[in-house]
Design a protein around this ligand. Sequence first.
Ligand code: SF4
Length: 165
Amino acid sequence: MGEIRMGLIGKIWDTGRVAEAAPPVPERAKGEAVARVSGSVQVRHVDAGSCNGCEVEIGQAFSPVYDAERYGVRLVASPRHADALVVTGPVTHNMADALRKTYEAAPRPCLVVALGDCARDCGMFAGGYGVAGPVSDFVPVDVQVPGCPPPPEAIVAALRGLSGR
Ligand code: SF4
């Protein structure tokens, strides 16, 4: 029995983590910030005015099926604990200050991921009376994830690009 167990553990050890290679780090996210978070990245999500479609896909990215945590990515409840912000939605007038304050509250360097078409360029809500602008108008954006909404695979790939795993 002990031999079988050791054999199984040995096989698990030899096999290691079975996954595709981590995607390349996006150009703007290279350098000191990525070196600091390499292997593990703590993420604070900010909904700046989303329709919640992107949130459904973020939920999937952290579900047991896509399991972003196995790549060293964790969602945290406070920007004080965050290496990166993942921002969804066009930035609404009501959320513009909150987004700026969240970014200011995070330790430096803080990476910013604009997740979804709305975060990148306001998407289908461009020109809406409640829309103040895309995320890059308020905080510096390092990584953009296109899609309306982006699929969980794309979200996990972008986050792996930050954790490097
Ligand atoms: S990109 Fe699409 S799913 Fe995401 S917040 Fe905008 S409209 Fe909703």
